[in-house]
Write a new protein. Structure first.
Lengths: 305, 305
């Protein structure tokens, strides 16, 4: 029997159609599990739990293989069609306007993980229906579990979502989602409230404004990397989560020092991800470039007492 | 002849009427020069250039005296009425909705500075009509001049504004103003563009997201102090500028290390200012509290390489 990957992610693998002020792409490999795993693969071996259709090409799958991502729990449905998302961004690039969503093979996704996958010590529940997230969570005997979610689930499946939140160690969501989830406009109070529901950690992604980490005892915040050109924001949050979880799995410990570094690595990966369509930038990224931006974060946030 | 104050500010001294989700105050001492000078007074001696009417009470003026602010260039117009502003904030507290503005004595404000005031080495041009800012700038033989502005002047007096920008060392504006001024949605590119117009420094205030400092060669950014309750955001930007300029004037030098510290001190002062109406919080602030938050900034932004 093979060794479990240090990190496992469940989420969507999608074929996106994306329009930004700078260009458009009809067929763009996307999905939360895709962006997450490509990003995390720079730090550790990662396994993907997801479902695809027959329209998923060898070229699409090659993206996973070239990053040595474990696809043994990537299920292909004969005759099925891969999850599709079409979206558009305006000039501010902060909000995606969904033009079309087709669940396709995702509508009946019922993951049954391999015995090996069930032993992964780090698990990330990408943004999918919260009941499905919980089913996966219950199958995996992980040491550290983090989850994402979105406004759709907060609106439509709040009770299920709260049950899932109660069984994870960390939540990684964006600013607006945190406020909406807590029903509290002040982010600091929203965070305090969410941390009474079970998780020990809350990571808040703030797009161009950076990210913050809340625990019951501590607070950490960083601005974002200053980018002169953001080409396609799709997957920024997932590549952030991939860098965050990938670094934690590589370090194999959860303490304040490691968590803070993980937030910076997440920010670095997101900053590269948005520079081109899909995973194009990360596919050619070098380890040296990650180190360089990590050090730049130190440089542009440092001040002397 | 007396010594010039190390720091001079020109701007509005106002009587505000403010409504927030947490309360309202019919008569609240406000104005850019007020918030700026009260904040800066914790770092250095500051002189105010502004105009008031007969309705300005001894109680109002006591706020300046108790902070040892030099009011010898605060002109009182017999029979005049002080500048009035009425505004309201919604739950997000990010945007002030102006309900009423009465220029009153400000309509004919034509500052003629004392010989002493003209020798102040540090000068801040608060948010007033840009031609007026330039007239003051030309009277003062300052070593370092910074300015604020607002969307109104960007919209209505752009040419005059650009002339003023050309004769200052630093601009201290908010995020949306920087984008609007540069006609560029990407903040980093907006900053690069503005820095080709004359100023050596651009400070961008981002409200609850912190602040950033741009020069042609360097970049610095900090998140904001995490506040669980923001009571009244009025004057946050001016108290930020007061802390920033006050610290520079106290340090009496402009290098990267000093500028970065000044950004943090500005953030600290803004964080206290918004905790109560008007200058109420700063009036009872202790030097020890400023030091404490300055150190907290270091703590919550620090990460190890």
């Amino acid at each position: 029997m093979s060794e479990p990957t240090p990190l496992l992610v469940v989420g969507s693998v999608a074929i996106d159609s994306i329009k930004t002020p700078f260009g458009e792409r009809e067929r763009s490999l996307g999905g939360s599990a895709t962006h997450f795993s490509v990003s995390a693969s720079f730090f550790t071996e990662v396994g993907v739990v997801a479902v695809i259709g027959e329209d998923f090409t060898d070229e699409d799958e090659a993206v996973f293989h070239e990053r040595r991502i474990n696809t043994s729990n990537l299920q292909r449905i004969p005759g099925g069609k891969t999850f599709r998302w079409a979206g558009e961004y305006g000039f501010d690039l902060n909000t995606a306007h969904t033009l079309d969503t087709q669940l396709n093979v995702f509508a009946d996704f019922n993951p049954n993980l391999s015995d090996t996958a069930r032993k992964s010590p780090f698990l990330f529940l990408g943004n999918i229906q919260p009941t499905l997230q919980r089913e996966v969570r219950e199958q995996v005997d992980a040491r550290f579990v983090a989850m994402d979610t979105m406004n759709l689930w907060i609106d439509t499946t709040r009770d299920e979502l709260l049950k899932t939140i109660a069984v994870v160690d960390a939540i990684v969501i964006n600013d607006a989602e945190a406020r909406q989830l807590a029903e509290e406009p002040n982010l600091i109070r929203a965070a305090r409230k969410i941390l009474t529901w079970g998780p020990k950690l809350l990571v808040v992604k703030r797009g161009e404004y950076g990210a913050a980490l809340f625990t019951k005892e501590s607070y950490f915040a960083t601005p974002a990397f200053p980018l002169e050109s953001v080409f396609d924001p799709t997957g920024a949050g997932d590549s952030f989560a991939g860098g965050f979880m990938g670094y934690l799995a590589q370090a194999d410990k959860i303490d304040e020092t490691t968590l803070r570094r993980a937030i910076i690595y997440g920010s670095v990966m997101a900053s590269y991800n948005v520079e081109e369509f899909s995973c194009d930038r990360l596919r050619k990224l070098q380890a040296e470039e990650i180190r360089a931006r990590f050090h730049q974060f130190k440089e542009f946030t440092h001040f002397e007492i």
